[in-house]
Design a protein around this ligand. Structure first.
Ligand SMILES: O=C(O)CCc1cccc(O)c1
Length: 519
């Protein structure tokens, strides 16, 4: 049995697949989402997303729902085995340059439930659960996805113009396109423990990383009653041993008082092997890899799930532009060019944090005591961990970074509040935007509007103006995903790079092409 060709088939309804489907639908693109499980996979997994990902959550239309399930975190602390602070990286819980808390803790099944419920607003997405994808073949004008209904065993195929493999670490889509994971040389076994309790153990409200080669550990409070611990397993140890609270207690005791023991509920104990891997290629023609299918990271900086959401946000507007005939198909090559180096940098940073926590024995402990307080002075790689701002995207056909001084190109525009109270992201609303220090002429504003874009004015004295001038630019062209594509001296410098890209299909809850002044 076959069905008609759909524009996009997405294999896997985890956070990456759900994000891609929602954003495509906002651009009016139909997709079929195929998922092995009938409902949300109930086990807790990811627990953190940063301020940049929180902006994408807002674009998806689930911001208020997310606020109800999240707990802003105070930041990241490296502590020694006696919990003395070695270094601390504070995150603004009120919202920094992204306009939202910089570190957000939550329970993944609750987030997935929100994302699924939100699909009801998007008839362009069909979610089919209980489906095992068994094969993928590229035909002349489409890709064929072979499926099996897990309840009945019935086999059928669907045809798609594009296929997104969001099917996780053991991705069938990855194998089908002949891509392979490259090992970035990190492998450690850890015990992950989720507990519920009404007791407040009274710790600092951020993520604690215990740097101790004998028993490295992580602790964070992720909700009103929910707590997550992670402990590195020693050779010969396994999660089976730690199946009850009595056996876990020696690990938990440094964090809880004896009196807290009463009323502790064990939500789950699982063993995970933390790995660092990157797929050698992320695309073969009309088939793309996203999320864990393309990259695996140890969780030490809380960037695993966010990387997949970033993939979806990067690819979906480009795919929509190509499917709507507004962008040349060659632009799809920028997905891997931009995302792969970004993912690699974040994985390296997670590895560095993991090594800081676990390597070097007693000598390592002494070095940590000396070096950790000076970490903030290290340039480059650690900028992300210190400031919470992720690195700029690599130069591509859609990131025009000059070779020597890249300025703002590839960076995310700050989500400042404008004079009318709305934020930059609300005004951009998935469109192309030009942000300029000088007022556009009526003709310039109309031209941008005719191409589906929006002009935002950065008024002197405002944060947006300071950001532009700090990047030595008077005007920037911002892509629908909020990334700076090109910098220019004047607005007219940027016209030539502004494609016709129609506004998103979602109801206009945002501004028009009329310039908005930043406060
Ligand atoms: O960077 C931060 O502020 C938090 C990083 C983090 C989040 C969740 C788990 C984890 O191990 C680190």
């Amino acid at each position: 049995m076959t069905s008609p060709t759909v524009p996009v088939v997405i294999v896997g309804a985890g956070p990456s697949g759900l994000t891609a489907a929602t954003l495509l639908a906002q651009y009016g693109i139909e997709s079929l989402l195929l998922e092995r499980w009938e409902g949300v996979y109930p086990q807790p997994r990811a627990v953190h997303l940063d301020g940049e990902i929180r902006r994408i959550v807002e674009r998806l239309g689930i911001g208020p729902g997310f606020d109800a399930i999240t707990r802003p975190a105070s930041g990241l602390r490296l502590v020694d085995r006696r919990h003395r602070v070695l270094a601390q990286f504070d995150r603004d819980p009120a919202g920094g340059r992204n306009g939202f808390p910089e570190a957000n803790l939550f329970d993944q099944p609750e987030l997935e439930a929100l994302l699924r419920a939100n699909l009801a607003l998007h008839p362009a997405v069909s979610l089919r659960g209980g489906v095992e994808v068994t094969g993928l073949a590229v035909e002349k004008d489409c890709a064929r996805v072979d499926c099996e209904d897990r309840a009945t065993g019935a086999s059928y195929s669907v045809r798609a113009r594009y296929v997104l493999g969001c099917d996780g670490a053991n991705s069938l889509v990855r194998a089908a396109i002949g891509a392979r994971m490259r090992d970035l040389r990190f492998e450690q076994r850890w015990l992950v423990v989720d507990l519920a309790t009404t007791v407040d153990p009274g710790h600092w409200g951020g993520v604690h990383q215990v740097c101790d080669p004998r028993r490295a550990a992580t602790y964070m409070r992720i909700g009103a009653t929910r707590h997550r611990w992670e402990f590195r397993l020693q050779p010969g140890e396994s999660a089976d041993y730690y199946r009850d609270l009595a056996r876990l207690w020696p690990l938990l005791a440094p964090w809880l008082a004896d009196t807290d023991r009463e009323g502790l509920e064990l939500v789950r104990v699982a063993e995970y092997t933390f790995r660092a891997q990157l797929a050698d290629r992320w695309r073969a023609g009309r088939v793309f890899l996203l999320g864990d299918a393309a990259h695996l990271t140890p969780p030490f900086i809380g960037q695993g799930m966010g990387a997949g959401v970033r993939d979806a946000a990067n690819l979906s507007w480009k795919l929509a532009g190509v499917l709507r005939g507004e962008l040349p198909e060659s632009m799809l090559g920028t997905y891997e060019t931009e995302r792969k180096p970004h993912a690699r940098t974040m994985i390296r940073l997670a590895k560095l944090t993991g090594m800081t926590m676990t390597e070097g024995g007693e000598l390592g402990n002494r070095l940590r005591g000396l070096l950790a307080p000076r970490l903030h002075r290290l340039p480059g790689l650690t900028r992300t961990i210190i400031s919470g701002e992720s690195p700029p995207l690599h130069r591509s056909a859609l990131v025009a970074a000059p070779p020597l001084r890249r300025g703002l190109a590839g960076r995310l525009v700050p989500n400042e509040r404008m004079a009318d109270g709305r934020r930059v992201d609300d005004l951009i609303a998935g469109r192309y935007a030009i942000i300029t220090t000088s007022a556009p002429s009526p003709m310039e504003a109309v031209t941008v509007e005719q191409r589906g874009g929006v002009v935002l004015r950065a008024v002197p004295g405002t944060a947006l103006h300071r950001w532009l001038r700090g990047g030595h630019a008077d005007a920037v062209l911002v892509r629908p995903d909020g990334t700076v594509q090109t910098c220019g001296r004047t607005l007219s410098d940027l016209y030539s790079s502004l494609p016709s890209f129609a506004p998103s299909a979602r109801p206009a809850q945002t501004g028009s092409a009329t310039p908005k002044a930043a406060d």
